[in-house]
Design a protein around this ligand. Structure first.
Ligand SMILES: NC(=O)c1ccc[n+]([C@@H]2O[C@H](COP(=O)([O-])OP(=O)(O)OC[C@H]3O[C@@H](n4cnc5c(N)ncnc54)[C@H](O)[C@@H]3O)[C@@H](O)[C@H]2O)c1
Length: 345
């Protein structure tokens, strides 16, 4: 039976991964400090759906991993490292705290793998497109409801120059490079996914992080929505089930993926601007959706779209859920979980 360890396992991504691997009959250990809104609800959800002997929970912090975490690393086949401080805004307010979560926390987990007296799990790291910075040299054109790249029809590839911008970009970028280098220097089997915008079930999105889920939740609960800038900002969006498939396929082909970095997102065929998502919500829910506009946030990219060609060529993955289908699934989840979400938001 395969042993899976997930840091940040009670978060959005971690819970979806845990549910998927539990359903496959794996043993799953979650390591989380339960700091994120909704993480306790996610744990309760997993406990209701898992056989008790298949799910272990370590409540703790990647900044100070304990002997129980060391033991979990030593029995695991794979480690999905998702625990992080996730908001750019928070990182600007407290860069030291952000560094300790994202850079030091990742180094701590890598060290547990390097010094393991048991198994040496494959180490997956959820990095971010923010490591490419503002890409000010890339020419942006303006359409009717969205911006687009003039010269990158396939999106941004992995050989784009790194340009860490914001403390979050620096701390995740440092971790991204450590994870890659531990494969070179210590022979650890590690893979970095530079993720674009991921969305899906059990995502307790807020204005600062997880905008697709936040818009859907706010629209259904009738909470006020603010748009920073003109709303024509575009992202490639990826439904979480496709993300799970990407990691799983990369794990299955670890001989070729180890030590590599991949851009992972919805790619050029799954892009949405804020205005376009609001239109989908107005039409699907048949509601008025008033929004307030305010100034652009510093460092907000007008466009980010991943070139996902390397992932397809290397391990045969491409997304299967188009963004309209994905948003419809998310709407259904929010509607089914209306009472719980109304308490949280
Ligand atoms: N969701 C996205 O769109 C996206 C995009 C790019 C990268 N990422 C990366 O993917 C990972 C998962 O993101 P998510 O959206 O699931 O976030 P999330 O906030 O839902 O999950 C993170 C989890 O980590 C836990 N955590 C935070 N600090 C911790 C610490 N010091 N010790 C232990 N646990 C801690 C939180 O309680 C939470 O449950 C993060 O590393 C994030 O940077 C996410």
């Amino acid at each position: 039976m395969q042993e899976i360890l997930i840091t940040g396992g009670a978060g959005f991504t971690g819970t979806n991964f845990a549910a998927a691997y539990l359903a496959k009959g794996c043993r799953v250990t979650l390591f989380d400090n339960l700091s994120r809104k909704g993480s306790r609800e996610n744990l309760e959800f997993l406990k209701r759906h898992a056989q008790a002997e298949h799910l272990s929970i370590i409540e703790g912090d990647i900044r100070q991993p304990t002997a129980a975490v060391k033991a979990a690393v030593e029995r695991s086949d794979v480690l999905f490292h998702f625990a992080a401080q996730v908001a750019v805004t928070t990182s600007v307010a407290d860069p030291r705290d952000d560094f300790e979560h994202n850079a030091l926390g990742t180094l701590n987990m890598l060290e547990l793998v390097r010094t393991s007296q048991g198994k040496h799990p494959v180490f997956f790291f959820a990095s971010t497109n923010k490591v490419y910075g503002g890409m000010e040299d890339v020419v942006i054109e303006k359409g009717d409801t969205s911006y687009y790249y003039r010269d990158f029809p396939n999106g941004i590839p992995e050989d784009r120059i790194l340009d860490f911008h914001s403390p979050y970009g620096c701390s995740k970028g440092a971790a991204d490079q450590y994870v890659r280098d531990y494969a070179r220097i210590y022979g650890i089997r590690s893979v970095v996914f530079r993720q674009s915008c991921i969305y899906g079930y059990r995502q307790f999105g807020i204005e600062d992080q997880g905008w697709v889920a936040w818009f859907v939740i706010a629209a259904i609960l009738g909470r006020p929505i603010t748009i920073y800038g003109d709303g024509m900002q575009v992202r490639d969006v990826l439904f979480v089930e496709d993300l799970i498939e990407a990691y799983d396929m990369a794990w299955n082909q670890i001989e070729v993926t180890s030590g590599q970095v991949f851009n992972i997102g919805g790619g050029p065929v799954n892009t949405m601007s804020l205005l376009q998502l609001l239109d989908i919500l107005r039409n699907t829910l048949s509601i008025e959706l008033p929004v307030t506009h305010t100034d652009w946030r510093p460092g907000d990219q007008p466009v980010y779209v991943s070139d996902i060609g390397k992932a397809e060529q290397t391990f045969g993955w491409r997304p299967r859920t188009n963004c309209r289908q994905g948003v419809a699934k998310l709407i259904a989840w929010v509607q089914e979980n209306h009472p719980m979400l109304a308490q949280l938001f």
